[in-house]
Design a binder for this molecule. Structure first.
Ligand SMILES: [Zn+2]
Length: 226
């Protein structure tokens, strides 16, 4: 696949994860390599936590703190999920099937990983996530595609989020407030062209829609080095 889009000037400040910032760029540095974000100057400072406790020193990278590393690594898993969806569909824009992955924390290694891909019926408008072998308390997110529509939660997506997944995660020893939903779909940004995008929602912005979408996740996001 190619990521031909120019930087876009969008929206609010997102200081977590690997999400598009004002000015259009994505944060860098988690993968320990060039990562494919060649349009981003290497010396661009990372977002800092409120207050800058370092007094003007270089800000801590999100990977250096377990709490912020979670968002960073979950975003990287979402980007990896999109690559696997495109490979499975043999189509960079995906086909008429919804595809889904569970995103979970491996209890042995602590790494954020993807479960098995699940593929829905052609033009069926649904997919059942495959969490085979995964303790639901270890699940931190889901990602699925919306063929032919945008990266916004549907009514059933919201209901499943709050009435199924959050209670299941809590009942199995996990943290339901950390649960997030990544959606892949096509969106035309103001002044832009239609692009396949990953957008992220949690319990704070689950009502997001076309006019108020969740933050965009870097499709080239990479995990923390360790
Ligand atoms: Zn959906």
């Amino acid at each position: 696949m190619t990521d031909t889009g120019p930087p876009f000037d969008l929206g609010d400040i997102y200081s977590v994860g690997q999400r598009r910032r004002p000015g259009g760029s994505f944060p860098t540095g988690g993968g320990g390599g060039s990562g494919g974000n060649s349009d981003i100057p290497p010396d661009e400072p990372l977002e800092t936590e409120e207050g800058d406790p370092n007094g003007g020193e270089l800000p801590l990278h999100p990977c250096s703190d377990p709490e912020t590393a979670l968002d960073w690594n979950a975003d990287a898993a979402a980007a990896e999920a999109l690559r696997r969806m495109q490979e499975d569909a043999d189509d960079p824009l995906l086909d008429g099937r919804e595809r889904s992955f569970v995103i979970y924390r491996n209890p042995l290694t602590g790494r954020i990983q993807l479960g098995n891909i699940a593929v829905g019926p052609n033009r069926g408008g649904e997919v059942q996530p495959d969490d085979t072998g995964i303790n639901r308390g270890d699940i931190i997110g889901l990602i699925h595609s919306h063929p032919g529509s945008g990266p916004y939660p549907s009514g059933p997506d919201r209901t499943n989020f709050t009435e199924f997944w959050q209670p299941e995660i809590a009942a199995n020893g996990g943290d339901p407030s950390a649960f997030r939903l990544y959606l892949v779909g096509t969106r035309t940004d103001p002044g832009g062209q239609a692009r396949l995008q990953i957008r992220v929602y949690d319990q704070s912005n689950l009502e997001g829609d076309e006019n108020n979408p969740g933050p965009e996740v870097n499709p080239n996001a990479e995990p923390c080095p360790n």
